[in-house]
Design a protein around this ligand. Structure first.
Ligand SMILES: Cc1ncc(COP(=O)(O)O)c(C=O)c1O
Length: 443
C-alpha cells in the first residue's frame, strides 16, 4: 500500500520577499484595505502610514476606482499596445493635461517605474545618438538590471557590472553634505560645480540623459536645496542632455502638485511615472515625453514595447483614480498635510535623542535616526548592513497598529493623501511610544 504523503503545514511563506533575508518573521496577513487603513485576517486594523510604498495616494478601495475596474473588466481586458484603445487614449489625454509642458506631451506606457526609467533612457539614447547616462548615488530607479544600474545605492550591487555607460555623481544632501558644507546655498553651489566637473571628465557631448528624483525617496527623503534643480536644468540644457525626472514617488500629488516639476517650477524633458498614477491599485507606469521630443519618433521607429504596456484594465483604473484625485482636490492637498505632518512629527526630536532630522515636503516626510546627534553618526551603516534596529522599530510600530516602511536609517512618513489630521496625530503618538519602548542603539 502506498503510504499517505505527510501533510506539510506551511508556517513559512512561500512568497519570496524583496530586498530581505527570507527568515521567519511574524507578519500579519493583510486581507483588506479601506481609506488609510489595512486590516489583517483577524480583523485588526492598521494605519498605512507609508501609503504602501509611497503609492496608494488615493487611499484603499475608493468605490469609483473599484467600479471603473469592474466596468473595464466587463468591456475588454486586453487590447494589443500596437492598437488604439479608448481607455488608453483617455488616460494619455489626461496626462498631457497634467504635464508641465505647454507644448503638450505624449505617454509611452509601461508596467512599472523601473521599466519606465529604462525606456526613458532608451528613448534619450535614440533621440540624442549619445550613450552615457548620469544618475545620483543616493537614488533608486528600479530593480531589474537596467534600472538597477541606474540606481545609485547598494541595491544596484547585485546587478553589477550592469548596463554600460552609467556614470554617477553626488547630489546635495543638506543634512550630510557630501561636499563638507553646512549651508544650503553653499551645498547647491558645490553640487553644481561637482556635476560640471563630472561632465567635463566624461565628455558632456557623450551624455544622453541625466535621470534624477526631484525629491529623493527611499534614499532618505532628501529635498534638494534651493537652486539645485534649476542649476541641473540649466546645465543639461546647455549640453543638450535629456533631463529625466523620476517622479515615480513624487508624482500625482505627493508634493502638492501633479508633478514635482510644477511644485519646483523646473521643467525636465521627460517624466517617469508609476505608483501614484493608479494609486497602485494596478501595476502601471509610463514615460511622459514632451511633445518636441516625442515628435522624433514620428519618422524614426520607437524601439520599445511590452505586452502589458498600457493594459486596458490598468489605464482605466488610473484614469478613474486621477479623476477622483482631481475632483477631490487631492493633487494639491499635500500642501495642507505638510503643515500637519511637520507639526506632529518634528516635536518628537525634542523627546528622542535618536532622531537626527525630520524633513520633507508635502506629504513626503522622512525621519532620520542617528547614534549621536552631535556627530550625526547614522543609526546603521548606510550601505550593505543588516538593519536590525530599523526592523525592530518597524515591528514596534506594527504591534501598535501602524504600518510604515523604512530603509537604512530613515522611516518614511508618506500617508495616503486622504489622511485626516487626527490620524496624523495618532501616528505621531504611536511613533513616540514605539521609540520610548525600543532601544534602537543596541543592535
Ligand atoms: C523613485 C523610484 N523610481 C523607480 C522605482 C521603481 O519602480 P517599480 O518598483 O514600479 O519598478 C521606485 C520604486 O520604489 C522609486 O521609488
Amino acid at each position: 500500500m502506498i503510504p499517505e504523503p505527510a501533510r506539510t503545514v506551511h508556517t513559512v511563506s512561500r512568497v519570496l520577499k524583496p530586498w530581505a533575508k527570507q527568515h521567519r518573521s511574524a507578519s500579519p496577513l493583510f486581507v483588506r484595505g479601506e481609506g488609510c487603513q489595512l486590516f489583517d485576517d483577524e480583523g485588526r486594523s492598521y494605519l498605512d502610514l507609508s501609503a504602501g510604498l509611497v503609492a496608494v495616494n488615493l487611499g484603499h478601495a475608493h468605490p469609483r476606482v473599484v467600479e471603473a475596474m469592474r466596468e473595464q473588466a466587463e468591456r475588454v481586458c486586453f487590447v494589443s499596445p500596437a492598437l488604439r484603445n479608448d481607455a488608453r487614449e483617455r488616460l494619455a489625454e489626461r496626462l498631457a493635461r497634467l504635464a508641465p509642458w505647454p507644448e503638450g506631451a505624449r505617454t509611452f506606457f509601461t508596467t512599472g517605474g523601473g521599466e519606465a526609467n529604462e525606456d526613458a533612457v532608451k528613448m534619450a539614447r535614440m533621440i540624442t545618438g549619445r550613450h552615457k547616462v548620469l544618475t545620483a548615488y543616493r537614488s533608486f530607479h528600479g530593480s531589474a538590471p537596467g534600472a538597477g544600474t541606474l540606481t545609485g545605492e547598494d541595491r544596484r550591487w547585485a546587478n553589477e557590472p550592469g548596463m554600460p555607460g552609467v556614470v554617477r555623481f553626488f547630489a546635495p544632501y543638506p543634512y550630510r553634505s557630501p561636499f563638507g558644507v553646512r549651508d544650503a546655498e553653499a551645498e547647491t553651489r558645490a553640487a553644481l560645480a561637482h556635476l560640471e566637473l563630472v561632465l567635463e571628465h566624461e565628455g558632456a557631448a557623450r551624455v544622453a540623459a541625466l535621470v534624477l528624483e526631484p525629491v529623493v525617496g527611499t534614499n532618505g527623503v532628501i529635498v534638494y536645496p534651493p537652486g539645485y534643480l534649476e542649476g541641473v536644468r540649466a546645465i543639461t540644457e546647455r549640453h543638450g542632455i535629456v533631463l529625466v525626472f523620476d517622479e515615480v514617488m513624487t508624482g500625482f500629488g505627493r508634493v502638492g502638485a501633479a508633478f514635482a516639476a510644477q511644485r519646483f517650477g523646473v521643467t525636465p524633458d521627460m517624466i517617469t511615472m508609476a505608483k501614484g498614477i493608479a494609486s497602485a491599485y494596478v501595476p502601471l507606469g509610463g514615460v511622459l515625453v514632451r511633445e518636441s521630443l516625442a515628435r522624433h519618433f514620428d519618422d524614426v521607429p520607437l524601439m520599445c514595447g511590452h505586452t502589458y504596456a498600457g493594459h486596458p484594465l490598468a489605464v482605466a483604473v488610473a484614469d478613474a483614480a486621477l479623476a477622483a484625485m482631481e475632483q477631490e482636490g487631492l493633487l494639491e492637498r499635500a500642501r495642507e498635510l505638510d503643515g500637519w505632518l511637520r507639526a506632529a512629527f518634528a516635536p518628537l526630536a525634542a523627546r528622542h535623542e535618536v532622531i537626527g532630522d525630520v524633513r520633507g515636503l508635502g506629504a513626503f516626510f522622512g525621519i532620520e535616526f542617528v547614534r549621536d546627534r552631535a556627530t550625526r553618526e547614522p543609526l546603521v551603516a548606510w550601505y550593505g548592513g543588516v538593519n536590525t534596529p530599523m526592523e525592530r522599530l518597524i515591528a514596534a510600530l506594527r504591534e501598535r497598529g501602524v504600518v510604515a516602511f523604512g530603509r537604512y536609517n530613515v522611516v518614511l512618513v508618506t500617508p495616503p493623501l486622504v489622511i485626516e489630521r487626527d490620524a496624523i496625530a495618532h501616528a505621531a503618538a504611536v511613533l513616540d511610544e514605539a521609540l520610548a519602548a525600543t532601544d534602537l542603539l543596541t543592535t
